[in-house]
Design a protein around this ligand. Structure first.
Ligand code: GCB
Length: 597
């Protein structure tokens, strides 16, 4: 799905700002049918939960309503008019005046509606958006809703981050010409100094298509005719980690000398490959340094914020972090665009987090229901998961920064049904994109002995907390456990191993001369112990610390004001570990540390 852009043939209005806002219990049955009866206003983009002081809004389970009036620019008559929501978390319904024009389930991917027949250029319309935050066993991520004895509905889920909801990304109104470009796919190859650029363009109706490739200075380096084909760029400048270089593939619908529609799709030339126990970008071994992150800031919740975007990337660069994983859902497209432009490598993850009922059994010691069954995660869950994979790849396929798809975080992999659930999803991912490796991360409950799915993936991605959830306060044991685990996976599968999570909760300002958990010194020592083990294992291709910054967690989980495994606080102040990581990562520059430690 193309990102809306203003071009010579398209115009664009961002509908961000203050919208009227109400929870469903405060308004009538058909809140879209007239002006919303409310005094509340909510900021877009932002999660609504932390905006208000009323805890009933913060903990509301169900629909909330956003409304505003929108004037269609008067110059748009004759064009098609589209509404686009970058995200409605987790379900959205969009009404133009009294009419439902779009519905979508899945909280982190965009959707749109052609509203040409419902609006008039120069006139206003009433735009109402319902957003539902409910998670069930057939949503991605899954959850369950319980009703307390006194009749309150409560949302339960199997991941620790807070279930922020609302319109956390931009809403757009945009115009396209009647015959327009609907989608573009670009796949690049690299042979020494020559690039091959395979392209495929979808149009709204049969049309003559022309393409031009422009380099970063705007010079034309290749031209082609037709909706699909392969072009060559001689003396190409590849996209490299830390040294981004972007081209534009300008697709045009032409009618004689007239250009009916034009859309520039940016892309980078780079290859990705897993060979033996190495992860290669442009044929060269790449060592990942960086983080699992969250879209999470005070007040805005998961609301996209360009200031935090710039600052987070600055901090990553300052530390020598060359990559991150979009834990645990697709991030705003602005984030990936920024990564493309600045040469940061991304592992792009679906919102499939918490597909694991064994975790709750593991924590409480109580028997747990099976993760995969008709009453728990079932065929409908898998269908929702398949949609999530399609929408992720549909949105992000052209980003050079994205080097691997992560289909799930910490699913249950040892229970009956795990393989039957995952095999078709991995096949689908590879069919949709044969060019990128595929992974899923493994929790502590997944061992090399009980796992049933790791062979489906290209890289063994481990989330390991030796020295925190296990061997807490005993880093000698933690290091030995890590050594043993790494050896076991390499012996079993002979694939690269990426440490996709390791981390220790840390209270800034707490200090000790001993290995005392929660202190800043312990976080530093914890990371160092883990690093010694990684450096002894040839097959380890990278390290992503959990987490970049402290983040808000769900009620009912035993945390002190959120998850404190951040290397930065939630306000982005460094803990001692930030300086320690900077000292380790800066000299590496994408190369693996020496293995003779
Ligand atoms: C994990 C999860 C992550 C949690 C983390 C923790 O394994 O993938 O979402 O936040 O552990 O800190 O417990």
């Amino acid at each position: 799905m193309l990102k809306p852009l203003a071009t010579a043939t398209r115009e664009l209005l961002r509908l961000d700002g203050l919208w009227d806002f109400a929870v469903d219990t405060a308004v009538g049955e058909r809140p879209w049918a007239g002006p919303l009866d409310t005094r509340l206003e909510a900021a877009v983009p932002a999660s609504y939960n932390d905006l208000f002081t009323d805890s009933a809004i913060r903990e509301h389970v169900g629909w909330v309503w956003y409304q505003r009036r929108v004037r269609v620019p008067r110059g748009w008559s004759g064009d098609r008019v589209l509404l686009r929501l970058d995200a409605a978390t987790h379900e959205g319904r969009v009404y133009v005046d009294d009419v439902l024009v779009a519905e979508h389930i899945g909280g982190y991917t965009p959707f749109e509606a052609d509203i040409t027949e419902r609006v008039t250029a120069g006139q206003e319309f009433r735009l109402t958006i319902g957003v539902n935050n409910e998670l069930t066993n057939v949503t991605i991520p899954p959850g369950t809703i319980i009703v307390t004895e006194d009749g309150r509905r409560q949302q339960k889920y199997h991941h620790d981050f807070y279930n922020y909801a609302g319109l956390a990304r931009s809403v757009w109104l945009y115009s396209v010409p009647p015959a327009h470009i609907q989608d573009i796919t670009v796949v690049t190859g690299l042979d020494s100094t020559t690039a091959t650029v395979q392209y495929e363009i979808e149009t709204s109706e049969p049309a003559a298509v022309r393409v031009r490739i422009l380099d970063a200075e705007g010079a034309e380096v290749a031209v082609g005719q037709g909706a699909s084909g392969t072009l060559r760029i001689e003396d190409v400048t590849p996209w490299r980690p830390g040294a981004a270089y972007l081209y534009d593939l300008v697709a045009e619908i032409v009618d004689g000398a007239e250009v009916r529609d034009t859309y520039p799709q940016s892309f980078g030339v780079r290859t990705v490959e897993v060979r033996d126990t190495r992860f290669l970008i442009n044929g060269e071994p790449f060592y990942f340094t960086g983080f699992g992150k969250h879209e999470d800031t005070p007040v805005r919740g998961k609301g996209h914020d360009d200031a935090y975007l710039v600052h987070d990337f600055q901090l990553m660069e300052w530390m020598g972090a060359n990559s991150f994983r979009t834990t645990h859902y697709p991030y705003a497209e602005e984030v990936l665009d920024f990564a493309d432009r600045h040469g940061i490598v991304v592992i792009d993850e679906t919102a499939a987090v918490g597909l694991n009922l064994a975790v709750q059994g593991g924590l409480t010691g109580r028997p747990h229901p099976p993760t995969y069954s008709e009453d728990t995660l079932n065929d409908d869950t898998r269908a929702a998961h398949a949609r999530a994979v399609r929408e992720l790849i549909g949105r992000d396929k052209n980003h050079p920064s994205v080097v691997m798809w992560c289909v799930a975080n910490e699913p249950s992999t040892h229970e009956d049904g795990a393989r039957e659930y995952f095999e078709p999803l991995v096949e689908l991912t590879r069919k949709l994109d044969p060019t990128r490796p595929v992974c899923s991360t493994a929790s502590l409950l997944t061992t090399h002995e009980n796992d049933r799915i790791a062979d489906l993936f290209d890289v063994v991605c481990l989330n390991r907390y030796y020295g925190w959830y296990l061997a807490n306060g005993d880093l000698t044991t933690a290091e030995a456990l890590m050594d043993a685990e790494l050896r076991a996976w390499v012996d079993k599968l002979g694939k690269p191993v990426l440490m996709t999570e390791y981390g220790a909760d840390t209270l800034p300002g707490l200090h000790s001369v001993w290995d005392q958990p929660w202190t800043e010194e312990y976080q530093v020592a914890y990371l160092a112990a883990n690093h010694r083990a990684f450096d002894r294992c040839e097959a380890v291709v990278g390290e992503h610390v959990w987490n970049f910054a402290d983040f808000q967690t769900s009620p009912g989980i035993h945390r002190v004001d959120g998850n404190r495994k951040g290397v930065f606080t939630r306000e982005r102040r460094p803990k001692a570990a930030a300086h320690a990581l900077r000292a380790r990562w800066t000299p590496l520059s994408g190369r693996k540390p020496s293995t003779d430690a």
